[in-house]
Design a protein around this ligand. Structure first.
Ligand SMILES: [Zn+2]
Length: 453
């Protein structure tokens, strides 16, 4: 990184974490100065770009612990380049790429490939998640140590998409990751209780005649896993919890001192199983959309800290996998470009969380869980002088109607199509380099990859 190659930005009048306006100066890859509005020394220097950030909230760059980038294997749905461009557009500066690719990311070779492609694309830091089991088959432990020692420095391991349902395999994985301070991120879905399941089990599934997915299928695995984590003294992360009972179990486990963290997706903060009534497969997702009571419980759990983070579970799918009847359609929805807006709508605009809380659940906490919060490429750091200049500028007063066709992701399966959402990402900076400016991705990023990175 050379200082000559990095533009100095003065974000004039930005409000860090929604607080009082300041001039936030980004230079040489770090936060260089926090000055009263109009007083930033760097503003007069040659080549400095002054951004009018009046009214904009400055957040530390967002970090997603749960992204499906689909490459290698399903580049028709998403590539590492398109998915990370979408991430930057959504205000992210780092994503964790899930392991359920083709081939599966279960070796040092595959995780290093994903890591390199992410670095070359240049939009965000890509941290590959390693599979827990070989081929996600749930039988044999993958090469966790080799992935941890690789250039990709994997710390998060998950068979996401599938549950590690064998308790012996789960126990071994929890024990193994302790050696390098890793974490097992569990997709909690008891397979026998969800065979053929198409949506949440309840009033709506009974009415529609679709096979139901009971809450207990999620809760039983979480209950087992927190006890396993306690037994072996390891760290557990619960992916996309979706039921009121799951919140209760995690709350109980934390009260007991068990080292567990949990995530909720934006869609589970707002959408319910009523949406299945239209048989639109856009709303088919795993875990399924639940009831209004579950939505209320996950909002409460996020507000009181039981749920540590919001993670997108961004799951792009090619048209042919979604434009079909409900039973045949793939599970999943996109989310990178709407996550911050949904959190603003459900948690900030309702008075349940502050912007400082948003910075915690979408940046500092996911960075800490993924163990990417230290070192030269640290993420999720506070907006203080000397810290890496990973910054997202959001306009909380903006309103926009979501249109999947206009998004940066290569897929159009957004569940918010046609909905008006509050807030818009105006700019994103990765170590002082603008990846998004004036609300649009800076295309030169790809060409100038590595600069300032
Ligand atoms: Zn999952």
């Amino acid at each position: 990184m050379s200082s000559a190659a990095t533009t100095t930005y003065v974000l004039r009048g930005a409000r860090p974490l929604g607080g009082d306006p300041v001039d936030l100066v980004l230079a040489d890859g770090v936060v260089a100065e926090l000055a009263p509005v109009g007083a930033a020394r760097a503003a007069d220097d040659d080549g400095t770009v002054v951004v009018d950030a009046t009214g904009l909230v400055a957040l530390p760059g967002l970090v997603d612990l749960h992204t499906h980038l689909r490459e290698p294997g399903r580049e028709d749905a998403e590539t590492i380049a398109s998915g990370t461009r979408a991430a930057a557009a959504g205000g992210f500066t780092a994503v964790h790429a899930m392991a359920n690719t083709t081939p599966v990311a279960d070796t040092a070779g595959v995780v290093e490939q994903v890591w390199r492609l992410g670095r070359d694309a240049g939009w965000v830091d890509v941290h590959p998640v390693g599979a827990v089991s070989v081929g996600l088959a749930g039988e044999q432990l993958a090469e966790l140590g080799a992935m941890a020692d690789s250039a990709a420095r994997v710390r998060v391991f998950s068979d996401d998409g599938k549950c590690v349902d064998d308790p012996i395999l789960m126990r071994r994985a929890l024990e193994y990751v302790k050696a390098f301070d890793g974490v097992v991120a569990q997709h909690a879905q008891e397979p026998r209780l969800t065979e053929g399941a198409q949506m949440n089990e309840g009033v709506v599934s009974a009415e529609l005649g679709l096979a139901g997915w009971p809450a207990v299928a999620e809760e039983a695995i979480i209950a087992r896993d927190v006890l396993l984590a306690e037994h072996v003294g390891s760290r557990l992360h619960v992916c996309h919890l979706s039921t009121a009972g799951s919140v209760e179990i995690v709350r109980w486990a934390k009260g007991r001192g068990i080292d567990v963290t949990a995530e909720v997706t934006p869609h589970h903060l707002v959408l319910t199983d009523d949406l299945a009534r239209g048989y639109d497969p856009t709303f088919k997702v795993n875990p399924p959309l639940r009831t209004a009571a579950d939505v209320e419980a996950v909002r409460e759990g996020l507000a009181d800290g039981t749920i540590d983070i919001v993670a997108t579970d961004h799951a792009p799918h090619a048209r042919e996998d979604k434009d079909c009847e409900w039973a045949a359609a793939a599970f999943g929805m996109t989310g990178l470009e709407t996550a911050l807006s949904v959190v603003q709508q459900t948690m900030v605009d309702t008075g349940r969380m502050t912007w400082a809380d948003v910075a915690r659940v979408l940046s500092s906490a996911p960075a800490r869980i993924g163990r990417i919060d230290t070192g030269e490429r640290a993420q999720g750091r506070p907006l203080e002088v000397g810290e890496p200049a990973n910054v997202t500028l959001v306009d909380p007063a903006a309103r926009r109607v979501v249109d999947g066709a206009g998004q940066a992701t290569a897929s159009t399966n957004t569940p918010f199509q046609g909905r008006e959402l509050p807030g818009a990402v105006v700019a994103t900076f990765l170590r002082g380099r603008a990846t998004v400016l004036d609300g649009a991705p800076v295309e030169a990023v790809a060409a100038g990859r590595g600069v300032g990175a």
